[in-house]
Design a protein around this ligand. Structure first.
Ligand code: ADP
Ligand code: ASP
Ligand code: MG
Length: 395
């Protein structure tokens, strides 16, 4: 029987009614003759709520230790995994839920934004062999020091793809509130185009540029393990009707990305300018503090860095250190990018800058590579700029 890994995100398990609906879908897939591993996120916006609780507990001007944040945040996924297991059992199928560490997800020791090093899914394989449906808490693992870690915001996607790779699954199905991947965030860009297929390379560029439809680490795993990702909407009845009735995006290494383009945006970004003598201190600090830098440019006199704050829960502390090594910091920025084919060359960069200027938005900088052109703009200009770039490059 083929193994299928399904992942249901926060909005798909936001309340018990939705969890029961997911249970019905899972059971229907199982009864079609599949072995099922189901990865779940925390219910709705639980993780955000837990982060706020930690901030309150730390008090004004203080920040929670990253280790304790991980202890706290992993509880969110534990709630949904057990509720889903209970709901599936009540439908007459055997199910069992596991935390990340019980599932054999081993990570490095970087709290709040850990990387999966290895997956040893022995217990999961045993339970599948017994005919059970296995539910896995997303977004978490255990470090080689036996500490509980989380995988960075949006990290349940990574759990799902890494698990699919370790189990040699036929595919990884990612269920959310959108019916696949579009040429821009459909909540932001009117007329964003649905993409029935996409290459994993392009998808990785999009997610690294901030498109949160899939986590960038997850796409990296899919690429190295040659796993196909099927991005679907939870409310479409896939188990019953399949591809005749619903749309999806199949993301695979083999897909030809010729002529395809998309826009992506990252909010809560900062720009750093460091004196060149601080270069080494910064690199060492960035590696130990786990700062996920996007753009890095080194000049004779200075170093320029673009840093998203999504996975930096202790920004006050980081900012204090960066100032101590002479960094000038611009906060409240956003990174807006066009990703895809045919972006190398001066004409694309000129069109990019013109499109932003035409809507009256000021850029702090533009960076260009063969697969992505990005600009730093003020946070409040993020939506307007994404729409303008979609009109200019995709429509
Ligand atoms: P989940 O909680 O299920 O993981 P997310 O909220 O993390 O779901 O991701 C789904 C959201 O990603 C969508 O609601 C959509 O607003 C956003 N999104 C951003 N960029 C894209 C894109 N290019 N295509 C589709 N959705 C996108
Ligand atoms: N619950 C976690 C988050 O909100 C992980 C996830 O949803 O993928 O970031
Ligand atoms: Mg997500």
């Amino acid at each position: 029987m083929p193994i299928i890994v399904q992942k249901y995100g926060g909005s798909s398990v936001a309340d018990v009614t939705k969890i029961r609906q997911v249970a019905e879908k899972v059971v229907a897939s199982k009864r079609q003759g599949n072995q099922l591993v189901v990865v779940v996120s925390a219910m709705g916006k639980t993780t955000d709520g837990l982060v706020r609780l930690a901030e309150e507990a730390a008090g004004a001007g203080k920040e929670a230790p990253r280790r304790e944040l991980d202890m706290l945040l992993t509880t969110g996924e534990r709630v949904s995994m057990s509720l889903l297991s209970i709901a599936i059992t009540s439908l007459g199928e055997e199910a069992i839920s596991f935390t990340g560490s019980q599932s054999g997800i081993l990570t490095n020791d970087r709290h709040f934004d850990a990387r999966i090093i290895e997956v040893r899914p022995y217990r999961i394989e045993d339970e599948l062999a017994r005919g059970r449906i296995v539910i896995v808490a997303g977004y978490q693992g255990m470090s080689y020091k036996r500490e509980i870690t989380t995988l960075g915001r949006g990290g349940s996607d990574t759990t799902a793809v890494a698990m699919a790779a370790a189990l040699n699954a036929e595919r990884c199905e990612i269920y959310s509130d959108v019916d696949g991947i579009y040429s821009g965030d459909p909540r932001v860009v009117d007329g964003a185009r649905h993409l029935p297929e996409i290459g994993l390379g392009m998808l990785q560029e999009m997610s690294e540029a901030g498109a949160k439809v899939l986590n960038a680490q997850a796409v990296g795993w899919a690429r190295s393990a040659k796993i196909a990702i099927h991005a679907r909407r939870t409310s479409d009845d896939w188990a019953r009707h399949g591809a005749d009735e619903a749309r999806q995006t199949v993301a695979s290494e083999g897909c030809d990305t010729k002529g395809m383009r998309a826009v992506a945006g990252f909010d809560r970004v900062v720009s750093l300018t460091l004196p060149s003598q601080a270069r080494d201190a910064f690199s060492i600090y960035a590696a130990t503090a786990g700062l996920g830098v996007i753009d890095y440019a080194s000049y004779a006199e200075s170093v320029r860095v673009t840093l998203p704050l999504l996975n930096v829960p202790n920004w006050n502390e980081v900012r204090e250190y960066l100032r101590s090594i002479g960094a000038q910091i611009r906060e409240g920025l956003a990174l807006v990018s066009v990703v895809g084919d045919g972006l190398n060359g001066g004409e694309a960069i000129r069109n990019f800058d013109d499109a932003i200027r035409a809507v009256g938005v000021k850029r702090l900088q533009t960076t260009a590579g063969p697969l992505r052109i990005g600009a730093l703009v003020a946070g409040e200009d993020l939506t307007l700029t994404q729409r303008a770039l979609h009109d200019a490059f995709v429509k």
